[in-house]
Design a protein around this ligand. Structure first.
Ligand code: HEM
Ligand code: SF4
Length: 582
């Protein structure tokens, strides 16, 4: 190969051209929505609607039946509603509840990034659904796509004095980084047909005409809780208290991310690096400059290498920090000390300082449906505080007034939501991504399977005397990592129907990734594989020792060394042999 060819720049990924030619995210979305000959939209429009919070999907349970009948797939849409910091009003809850019934499949999904998802929306209902979301003063703008997504924040209003201020900064960052194009409003809110729109040449000063190379996720953590899983995100801010308990500022983290692709050893989950410290009033500027560094240096040729974590890994956090400081025109401070204890939620009642109280409801995998949905609707009709979606897919009914508490307590009791959090420590720390039947990328079950698996494992947990021990267990239907499985003490990642890679040994506080323990484990072998581990842990653990730490100390797995530790070496070797023989 000549030097000339070697040095030729790699072509941009086709999505880059699509974004550039979309007239700021309009493309042909409207034309496709109005086309009644199909229940879905074109592939190109499907890429663009993500920026508007919408995924084109199909009901995978119905695929073979539809094929037999010679009909097109059972097309549906998923709409993700952005809820910065996870905080919404009872009115907004009621609106979401009603939209799910009228326009979706009657359920609400609380996601582990503090958003709502509406599932099963038919094409003909989509514009009405999104319009109604906006009437409720919520939106789906930038909930998916190559942009800064929903900004997360620890939801506990009384965790510390830092909370209210941190939440308002999180909201300011969320707003500042939103796309500025009018396309979203034209398409979904104002009901004005998009005729190509007015020229908007300079409309995106931060994101630019082609937006970011890939999705970008920002979170705010308030120690000692790491419920937001700060190290799993592109950009994180860790609140630091001053000597009086007020907000001194934030440690800044960059370059975390979960997703990988099986057998591609140059894709891997990565923990974020702490690169410095800034004051509260500097956060918006810091976030903007970090986003622009990724905008300018992220890889736009290969979407499997386009996340900020690869930019950070390739150039190094020191280089990124220097580039950010150059753009800021000032230097970041040195990172301050911080300590995280755990990533979980605090269920049940918490008493506030002024007689108000909060109740965190355990909602398995965040799926609000049936009786629980009716109960929460009844609560929303009385409640005057707010609702807070937690980063573990649960719900905090926050700021319950003393006068309303008896009535809310009665509803929770009647619908047995007051007792849901008396489950085992394993179930209370379980999390699954959506996967089948809606997610087009799922290779195996997740949300529909994990509850049953935990029921089987509960028997083992009880037998080992570990009923009340919190052990973090997470499952996803594919390696993209939506349920943050690589930060679980026990993680399952779908490989094929009924088969999972099993990972062990992440830190309970989210500061260490896990390691591959078994590749392609059949579902039927999971309980016999986990049983001896639980027994050994119960018998041999040191006082206070967490399961994830124990499996490393006991030599069951090694702590993660290199990115390749996430891949099954046998299948990687077989895949490269196949490639070599082609
Ligand atoms: C290449 C990487 C990824 C792709 C292509 C991807 C794609 C998707 C898709 C298609 C869905 C919709 C599933 C459904 O509702 O039917 C989804 C859900 C979701 N994803 Fe991802 N995802 C990726 C990585 C991640 C990562 C790393 C995170 C967070 C750390 C994440 C967070 C979520 C969340 C919170 C949901 C909502 C459902 C839930 O709470 O489990 N995703 N993703
Ligand atoms: S992890 Fe995979 S299967 Fe699960 S929601 Fe994400 S993309 Fe779908």
């Amino acid at each position: 190969m000549s030097d000339e060819i070697e040095d030729a720049p790699k072509p941009l990924h086709k999505n880059e051209q699509l974004k550039a030619q979309s007239n700021f995210l309009r493309g042909h979305i409207l034309r496709d929505l109005l086309d009644e000959s199909s229940g879905t939209i074109t592939e190109e429009s499907g890429q663009l609607t993500k920026f508007h919070g919408i995924y084109a999907q199909d009901d995978r349970d119905l695929r073979s039946q539809r094929r037999r009948e010679g009909r097109e797939k059972a097309y549906i849409f998923m709409a993700r509603v952005r809820v910065p910091g996870g905080v919404c009003t009872p009115r907004q809850w009621l609106a979401m509840d009603a939209i799910a019934d009228a326009r979706g499949n009657g359920t609400l999904k609380i996601t582990n990034r503090q958003a709502f998802q509406l599932h099963g929306v038919l094409k003909g209902q989509l514009r009405a659904a999104i319009h109604e979301v906006n009437v409720a003063l919520l939106d789906t703008l930038a909930a998916c796509g190559d942009v800064n997504r929903n900004v997360m924040c620890n939801p506990n209003p009384h965790l510390s004095r830092l909370h209210a201020e941190t939440l308002s900064i999180a909201k300011a960052v969320a707003t500042h980084l939103l796309p500025r194009t009018r396309a979203y409003h034209e398409l979904w809110v104002d009901d004005i047909l998009v005729s190509g729109g007015e020229p908007e040449e300079d409309i995106e000063p931060i994101l630019g005409k082609t937006y970011l190379p890939r999705k970008f996720k920002t979170v705010f953590a308030i120690p000692p809780s790491n419920d937001v899983d700060v190290f799993a995100h592109d950009l994180g801010f860790i609140a630091v208290a001053d000597d009086d308990g007020g907000l001194a500022g934030f440690n800044i983290t960059i370059g975390g991310g979960m997703g990988m692709t099986f057998n591609h050893v140059d894709t891997y989950p990565r923990l974020a690096d702490v690169i410095g410290f800034c004051r509260p009033h500097q956060v918006v500027d810091v976030a903007e400059k970090i986003v622009t560094v990724q905008r300018d240096f992220g890889d736009r040729t290969d979407r499997k290498h386009a996340r900020f974590k690869y930019t950070v890994a390739d150039r190094g956090p020191v280089w990124i920090r220097a580039e950010v400081e150059r753009r800021l025109g000032w230097e970041l401070g040195s990172a301050r000390r911080f300590e995280f204890t755990d990533t979980g939620d605090r269920y049940g009642w918490t008493e506030g300082p002024n007689g108000d109280a909060h109740f965190t409801v355990f909602i398995e995998n965040g799926r609000v449906k049936d009786d629980a949905k009716r109960a929460l609707r009844a609560v929303a009709l009385i409640h005057k505080g707010d609702f807070r979606l937690t980063p573990n897919q649960h719900l905090m009914i926050a700021g319950i007034a003393p006068a309303d508490r008896p009535a809310i307590e009665a509803i929770l009791r009647e619908h047995r939501l007051d007792a849901a959090h008396r489950a085992t420590g394993l179930r209370l720390n379980s999390m699954a991504c959506v996967a089948l039947p809606t997610c087009g990328l799922a290779l195996a079950e997740s949300e529909r399977y994990l509850p049953d698996l935990v029921t089987l494992l509960d028997a083992e947990v009880e037998a080992a005397g570990l009923r009340d021990d919190a052990i973090v267990i997470r499952m996803t239907g594919c390696p993209n990592g939506c349920g943050r499985p690589y930060l679980a003490e026990i993680g399952f990642v779908g490989k094929a129907p009924g088969k999972y890679n099993m990972y062990l040994g992440a830190a309970f506080n989210g500061s260490r990734l896990n390691t591959l323990y078994k590749a392609s484990l059949p579902a039927a072998d999971i309980v016999p594989t986990v049983r001896p581990l639980l027994r050994k842990y119960a018998a041999e653990r040191a006082p206070g020792e967490r399961f994830g730490d124990f499996v490393i100390r006991a030599g069951i797995v090694k702590p993660t060394g290199t990115p390749a530790d996430f891949h099954d070496k046998a299948t990687v070797a077989a895949a490269s042999e196949d490639a070599a023989s082609l």
